[in-house]
Design a protein around this ligand. Sequence first.
Ligand code: NAD
Ligand code: ZN
Length: 383
Amino acid sequence: MSETAGKPITCKAMVARGPKQPLVEETITVDPPKAGEVRVKVIANALCHTDVYTLDGHDPEGLFPSILGHEAGCIVESVGEGVTSVAPGDHVIPAYTPQCCEVSCIFCQSPKTNLCPKIRGTQGQGLMPDGTSRFKDKDGNTIYHFMGCSTMSEYTVLAEISCAKIDPQAPLDKMCLFGCGISTGLGAVWNTCKVETGSSVAVFGLGAVGLAVIQGAQKAGASKIIAVDINPSKFEMAKQLGATDCVNPKEVEGKIQSYIAGTMTPWGVDYTFDCTGNVEVMRAALECAHRGWGTSCVIGVAASGHEISTRPFQLVTGRIWKGTAFGGFKSRKDIPKLVDRCMSGELPIDHYITHTFQGVGKTNDAIDALHSGDCLRAVVRYE
Ligand code: NAD
Ligand code: ZN
């Protein structure tokens, strides 16, 4: 155990004090991990749109003050009572979708899903499983957790079942990307849709998630990959990763779905993916899925209150509408495998890191970069 084990740690963190306000750099206290918990030193954190979405006040369940961040690489500092699967010094990726692996967990036991509900209730309330927070500000007031991760802090506390232990040789300032967006895009293709060799695919939205869908589809052997974005500066990277066609919906006459299913292909494409979070795009993606068997997967997170719609005839004529959370990956089992594939050179991810910053205090700059439109992932290294 480290010398800090069992004691509170004082460190720097970016605190979200309220919606639509910049994060505030503060000195906070991180309490020691309780039973079944793990305290980690955060080495690097990548910004994801879900953090910004909450900070911008779009998440009706967003709690303040809180510490955001959920795409990180960490080193275990100390562990609480009963923790056996990780030890101080281990390298871990925090997983907002935990994996309890209990025999009584019908979700963990089913190969059909990764949605382990074990700590869902408290995670949604910004608390650890015992119903309390490990974070306090300088006045001793509680700060809430976020998505079971809260990695915009030099130290954080995770549930043991949220820790994916990875190869200690793997650089944490890159592997952090497997904590959310990249895994989600790859898994949507491989797990949720099980795209087969020779399939045709259309990807709407070419941020890091959409580009990971393209990378995954190319690996799965898709023969046609249509990349769709209203920002044509995204097309170059899409092509490098395997897109065969690029389309800007603003430049086609009529609806994009009619252009893809009609002009570009006679009956639509086998698999389509929404990576925008826009419900109109979700509809377009469904409606250009192939008549008779096309599957459309919702990945984007829509603004609160928005609903999807289409004519039921679209489903009657054989289209399938589905969605994915974290690409269907079982976090603790699968993240280490993704890391190994990356380390072997088979799954390159460097191209997603367009911006880097030094020090947790630079997180607001990383958020600005994310808003700029030319950013895929901004990684903030903490030391
Ligand atoms: P991003 O903002 O970097 O990328 C979105 C892209 O969509 C941009 O390139 C933008 O130009 C494009 N776009 C916007 N409107 C469009 C339109 N009408 N037609 C075509 N393209 C359009 O976002 P990202 O980080 O890649 O994330 C994508 C989505 O996935 C977000 O909604 C995010 O919250 C969500 N997400 C979901 C999960 C999950 O588990 N389901 C995990 C991670 C992220
Ligand atoms: Zn479970």
